[in-house]
Write a protein that binds this ligand. Sequence first.
Ligand code: PEP
Length: 244
Amino acid sequence: MPFLKLIVGNWKMNGLTADSRDRAIKIASSIKENKTYPFHIILCPPTTMLSLVAEELKGSSIGLGGQNCHNQPSGAFTGEISAEMLKDVGCTHVIIGHSERRQQNRETSASVATKAKAAHLAGLVTIICVGELDGERTSGQADEVVTGQLKDSIPTTTTPENTVIAYEPVWAIGTGKTASNDDIRHIHALIRKEVGKLPILYGGSVKASNAGEILHLPNVDGVLVGGASLKAEEFMEIAEASGR
Ligand code: PEP
């Protein structure tokens, strides 16, 4: 089977019952049975919407992902969600180490690795995020930052089947700025050298108008989409761009 581009929608902290259901139905109904597509979609709604979205995706090939998990399977961790719980509610994937969590929740690469290991043990595919800050890029440290994050964030349980890397330059997330094709080529080649066969996604202001170009760059195995994943039609246009 040829490799399918992975198109991951990160809804972040957006979604109440009505709009989440509507978006999931629109996306699921645009995938026809008995038709083959050059992409595989994963939707990552907020935790409170996972059951509802799982219900709407039943019988479709679309995967479901959490946006974070704890490193323990259960216990006295008020407010946390374990990888086992995500698996139990129907998740196939989990995003770990998103830059918003690294910055706002002070997650380190070491804690990302323990979470990823827990997710692997629970049978989830991890989407491990790495990426440099604007200041790190302008001071010429992007390569070093990304390489360091990869080394420290990837646990020993990692295989090409259970791990995807998402390169998300922090300055490009939600800003409307996208890394240049040359930058994406350069960093993805660097990541490829570090991670071998693991699929590598690009994330950072991906939209319908730039997805085609980005998805066809070397070593880009898919995209992680934030803002544009909240509009079902645009998100599907991004996915369809894999085949153009
Ligand atoms: C993200 O949330 O991972 C992301 C890339 O967001 P955006 O597409 O809005 O930049």
